[in-house]
Design a protein around this ligand. Structure first.
Ligand SMILES: CC(C)(COP(=O)(O)OP(=O)(O)OC[C@H]1O[C@@H](n2cnc3c(N)ncnc32)[C@H](O)[C@@H]1OP(=O)(O)O)[C@@H](O)C(=O)NCCC(=O)NCCS
Length: 227
């Protein structure tokens, strides 16, 4: 299936559609094992995990075949434990999973996130948890989007920021720690509002890419050694 066009060429990506209600999940993703910790998880969680790890294996088969058959584990804050020398990100929605991986010499971190577009009503209810009213107002003014699309893009961009910077920050940080602006039809900026580490200081700004249609949003971001 087509990868959302979010990354430079040194990032390898693989995406799949899957059926979370399929009776035999394993048949969709042969050779991918569920960790013991997910043995009693609900079928949706099992399906999304398998879909994500299937994409990981497909990318590693191309990028680093020697690592492809070794399961990528999960760290203390649920982060994927990439093979030494690699960074990456995993995302999944109800029926879509995607993974992006790069060599650590090319990227310090990768963010990737996919979301279903929220309704305007849901977005109004969730707004305070994800963004400031001014952040969403400026985005709606600039793009002409409704609240649902604006908040979904903002939410997804912040999730990408979190996954991308987590390897450096190594702890949870919040939606209020970044401010998202749309730069043009493909690019967003993410400005840190808090200092997260001695080098990730308040005011630092990163650039990411997004794609959206009426039902889905996908965002991606890469921090390179020269960013
Ligand atoms: C971790 C989080 C970003 C995951 O996003 P999500 O929309 O719930 O789910 P997605 O399907 O897009 O991504 C799930 C994958 O993210 C990855 N992930 C989870 N925690 C992670 C972390 N700490 N660092 C990097 N990646 C992480 C995992 O690979 C996970 O899939 P898996 O459990 O099957 O391996 C989200 O649950 C969260 O905690 N957000 C709050 C923190 C935040 O976004 N702050 C905003 C800062 S500006």
């Amino acid at each position: 299936m087509r990868n959302p066009p979010l990354f430079p060429a040194f990032v390898s990506q693989h995406s799949v559609n899957f059926d979370k209600d399929a009776p035999d999940l394993g048949a969709q993703f042969p050779g991918i094992a569920l960790p013991e910790s997910l043995g009693r998880a609900v079928p949706k969680r099992k399906a999304e995990f398998l879909a994500g790890r299937f994409c990981v294996r497909e990318v590693l088969r191309r990028l680093a075949p020697e690592h492809a058959e070794i399961p990528v584990g999960t760290g203390k804050n649920r982060e994927p434990l990439w093979p030494d020398g690699f960074v990456g990100a995993i995302t999944h929605t109800l029926d879509f999973a995607s993974v992006a991986i790069a060599r650590a010499r090319d990227a310090h971190g990768i963010g990737l996130d996919a979301e279903r577009v929220m309704t305007d009503d849901n977005a109004e209810r969730l707004l305070d948890k994800i963004a400031s009213p001014q952040e969403i107002a400026q985005m709606k003014r600039k793009t002409g989007w409704g609240t649902g699309v604006a908040l979904t893009v903002t939410f997804s961009a912040k999730e990408s920021v979190f996954k991308c910077l987590y390897p450096q920050v190594q702890r949870y940080f919040d939606f209020s720690d970044a401010w998202i602006e749309i730069l043009d039809g493909e690019r967003f900026s993410a400005r840190l509002l808090s200092t997260l580490t001695p080098s990730l200081t308040a005011g630092r700004t990163f650039e990411g890419r997004f794609e959206h249609d009426a039902v889905s949003v996908c965002t991606g971001m890469v921090v390179t050694p020269s960013t």
